[in-house]
Design a protein around this ligand. Sequence first.
Ligand code: ATP
Ligand code: MG
Length: 282
Amino acid sequence: MIKIKDVSFSYEGNPKNALTNVTLEAARGDFLGIIGQSGAGKSTLTRVINGLVPHYYDGVFSGDAAVGGRATLESSPEELARSVGSLFQDIEGQLFASVVDDEVLFGLENFGVPRDEIESRVEYALAAAGISDLRTRAISTLSGGQKQKVAIAAITALKPEIMVLDEPTGELDPQSSRRVFETLRELNEKHGVTIVVVEQKIMMLCEFVSRLAVMNGGRLILEGPVASVLKNAEKLEDAGVNIPRVTTLALRLREHGLYDGEPPANIPEAARMMRTAVHASL
Ligand SMILES: Nc1ncnc2c1ncn2[C@@H]1O[C@H](COP(=O)(O)OP(=O)(O)OP(=O)(O)O)[C@@H](O)[C@H]1O
Ligand SMILES: [Mg+2]
């Protein structure tokens, strides 16, 4: 579905490599989280997937990237947009209609979706994003979380096989962030959409994604199932990634022989770990 092979990229006028020899694959139905400190290359990696790098951003590109069977170098971002829906880090810059309805319609009309299909697509997308009730609202009156969902609905309507989201919860409180991720989970589980998402809230991210990719200084330093990535405490620390406190706790408990499982990846697992540790210390 996504195949990135040995990709390096430096932006025009910036001699430092934004990406260095990145190789990454995602299969159909994957839910992949990307983490790393500021400047690590996360946004650049998402731009490789949707073809904005190197088509819109000038620079020096090497390696190969293919998405949904199309080589990104040989396809325009417009063509790629038919299989890859993108949500940018700057959400305000992505919404251009004044009413929710129109925002979702815009892409459908642009893509030449037949008239008789448009209405059902709008309904489907608004329902999938959980905002059917906001259909006629002015976008300017919506909260940050609601705007995120409008942007998600707008790309969902196009029924992309892949969605690439760059910090979709950047401006949101924890509760709205969870709601956005629940929407993504639904699209992933019920509609089989392959999802790649950059996210700072690592603990929450780990609850939803199946795999994690960790970027540091333009390199992909770790990649794999959540639990196996979180085990690499030192590498994560080197990458400036805030390791969940519960992971640090798991490692300490392990040192003291009070727990021998994997670091918990979610709240129920954390509760289980605590019970095990309490029993072991009695
Ligand atoms: N448009 C651009 N022009 C020049 N250099 C850029 C551009 N965008 C990013 N860079 C540089 O490329 C490197 C990777 O940046 P990128 O935006 O991909 O990092 P990031 O991990 O998304 O960071 P953040 O967490 O701050 O969003 C950085 O050194 C950055 O300064
Ligand atoms: Mg970024």
